[in-house]
Design a protein around this ligand. Structure first.
Ligand code: URA
Ligand code: SF4
Length: 214
């Protein structure tokens, strides 16, 4: 199964978002409240890609509006990236969770969900023209760059994007990517080292900001 058949041809971002509301490309739509599509100006100079909507995002229908979103907003500001220059989206557009009583516990999307939902991400990128892509955590990394990179090993440096597969592409790559941790991972970090994790995150965002300052 895949989102592919739900994607309208030659749509703009608004119409893509509209079409994504009725996606049945994998089973995640069944238990979630709604599709959470990317948001931000089509002219954004920075595109940030997270994992999947969380509990708050699932209820509100917008990406990064819960606790991780607050941390992201503050960190972007500290790094000097204006929110108006950012398009924010997720690798997977429905919230995957397990229910225990009334609590909904986040469940990491599986490779099958990343793969099924990827056509939406590809369609978004086809309409965006960012100067830098910020990859927030392992799920977004898998969706965008495949299995070659690791968050801890490769974070915080400018990489060519899309990743070149041959020398010619290296010469013509049009954008940069920066890998960093996911803001939710920072929120889960033990409190003694959380500030350190947050500073490292802001430093990675500053690497992305350096592209905009050129
Ligand atoms: N975490 C994500 O990856 N995306 C969101 O939109 C919210 C939390
Ligand atoms: Fe479609 Fe993605 Fe939702 Fe699966 S997670 S139903 S592929 S929008």
């Amino acid at each position: 199964m895949s989102a592919r058949e739900f994607i309208p041809p030659s749509a703009d971002l608004t119409r893509l978002a509209e079409a994504a509301k009725s996606c049945r490309g994998c089973e995640l739509y069944a238990n979630a409240t709604q599709t959470v599509f990317g948001a931000g100006p089509p002219t954004a100079r920075v595109v940030l890609v997270g994992e999947q909507p969380g509990d708050v995002e699932d209820r509100r229908g917008e990406p990064f509006v819960g606790p991780a979103g607050r941390l992201l907003d503050e960190s972007l500001e500290e790094a000097g990236i204006p929110r108006s220059e950012a398009y924010v989206t997720n690798a997977v557009k429905h919230f995957r969770f397990t229910q225990t009583g009334r609590r909904r516990l986040h469940q990491t999307p599986g490779p099958e969900h990343i793969e099924a939902c990827r056509p939406w991400l590809v369609a978004e990128f086809a309409l965006l023209n960012p100067e830098v892509v910020v990859i927030l955590g392992a799920t977004a990394l898998k969706a965008l760059l495949g299995g070659e990179y690791r968050v801890t090993r490769d974070r915080g440096r400018l990489l060519p994007f899309p990743v070149p597969t041959n020398a010619e592409e290296t010469a013509t790559h049009h954008t940069h990517a920066v890998i960093t941790t996911h803001p939710s991972a920072i929120l889960r970090t033990p409190s003694e080292v959380r500030e350190q994790a947050r500073v490292a995150f802001v430093n990675d965002l500053k690497v992305a900001a350096s592209v905009l300052a050129r």
